[in-house]
Design a protein. Structure first.
Ligand SMILES: Cc1ncc(COP(=O)(O)O)c(C=O)c1O
Length: 386
């Protein structure tokens, strides 16, 4: 697994995580914020991209049939779900797809449910489209976040139209069980709600947890829209591509029309060329990267438990993100951020980036070299134990 130990200088590559954050921080610090990996993608994908570049003609593209079959095979193999290729639509981004669906399936002022803390783009898809945000905070009990659909029932009315689910959940790392998802589906069925499930982290789940695609949950066939992508799985977010899987024909036709109006045809030339290679040939890489990330997580958990127990790790079941409660340090959000940036030289996301329920937490990106994780731990150890 030495391949993930390599430290790759990402400065000067227009990286949001490294170049943009350096500008924002005003100096060079260890970046563990934005959700991409510091690892090279699988060589098979890089080699195919090289072929595309070498060809030198970058005309309009289409998805080959192997694009659809590779997605269907991946879902069958990895997630035990049989999908038909006609269920698959294309949206350049998960975030954009969600926003376009919200904009076109609902009216201004309609209610949309979001479980918080939440990946900010999902909240923006509601608020920037002038829909009403119905916040359904996840409840932290005994170190684990759980859904609270009982209090949600009291918040909704006939103008509530969509339930946005994020599973695996960013930022908490929860991977919801089939039973929990069944409750969501039953709730949405009862209240006539469409489910948009952001499952972009679906392939990054630690054993024995299992990712359950929403469309495979009983009763979800006709009310669910699943968004996923190769981008998190194989570290390709700069490629900008995503899959939208909708089993129900009526709902699918509505979304097809929305994407058609948005001119979502002709995919990125790299996405068109590499998706079948990623899903068809690079499963081993996902297993390897997950093992590496899980080791990073275990190192972090052990270190914090032993040396900085005031930082309480919420044990993640998936994603390469880890959510840490720092309330026991007695520091304010501002103070901790300043200490991390100015004295420890590290940048993480403050929990409030994910809404007010994130106050008192930080989110750390574990998809980096072991060296960087150790550097992070030693640096924060020194400043917090001073
Ligand atoms: C839950 C979640 N959804 C979506 C995205 C972004 O996807 P895209 O770049 O395809 O909009 C991210 C990236 O961090 C994410 O964590």
């Amino acid at each position: 697994m030495e391949k993930f130990d390599e430290i790759i200088d990402r400065y000067g590559t227009n990286s949001c995580k490294w170049d943009e954050c350096r500008e924002k921080c005003g100096k060079d610090v260890l970046q563990l914020s934005v959700a991409d990996m510091d690892f090279r993608s699988p060589e098979e994908i890089i080699s195919k991209m090289r072929d595309i570049v070498e060809h030198g003609v970058f005309g309009y593209t289409m998805f080959p049939q192997s694009y659809y079959t590779s997605i269907a095979d991946w879902y069958k193999k990895r997630h035990n779900w049989e999908i038909k290729k006609e269920w698959i639509l294309y949206s350049p981004r998960v975030g954009g797809g969600v926003s376009m669906i919200v904009q076109n399936l609902t009216q201004k002022g309609d209610g949309i449910i979001l479980q918080t803390p939440a990946y900010p783009t999902l909240e923006e898809a509601i608020v920037k489209n002038e829909r009403k945000l119905i916040e359904n905070p996840l409840v932290l009990k005994d170190g684990k976040y759980r859904m609270d659909l009982t209090s949600l029932e009291k918040q909704i009315d006939e103008k509530t139209k969509i339930f946005i689910l994020c599973n695996p959940h960013n930022p908490t790392g929860r991977v919801f069980t089939r039973e929990e998802l069944q409750e969501v589906v039953d709730f949405c069925f009862k209240h006539n709600l469409i489910i948009i499930a952001d499952e972009i982290h679906c392939d990054l789940v630690f054993k024995p947890n299992k990712h359950i695609p929403i469309g495979s949950v009983k009763g979800a066939e006709n009310i669910s829209i699943l968004c996923s992508s190769i981008t998190k799985t194989f570290n390709l977010p700069g490629v900008i591509t995503s899959n939208v899987i909708i089993p129900g024909e009526e709902l699918r036709n509505k979304v097809k029309k929305i994407f058609d109006v948005a001119v979502y045809h002709n995919p990125n030339i790299f996405a068109a060329g590499i998706t079948d290679i990623a899903y068809g040939k690079c499963g081993y890489w996902v297993d390897d990267v997950l093992e590496y990330i899980e080791n990073n997580k275990n190192i972090l958990k052990k270190f914090l438990k032993e040396f900085i127990p005031e930082l309480e790790v919420i044990d993640s079941e998936g994603t390469y993100l880890v959510w840490i409660n720092f309330e026991k340090t007695g520091l304010s959000d501002e103070k901790l951020q300043k200490l991390f940036l100015d004295e420890a030289g590290v940048n993480v996301y403050m929990g409030e980036h994910f809404g007010k329920t994130g106050k008192g937490f930080i989110r750390v990106n574990l998809a980096t070299s072991r060296f960087n994780i150790e550097k992070f731990l030693n640096s924060i150890g020194k400043v917090l134990k001073k």
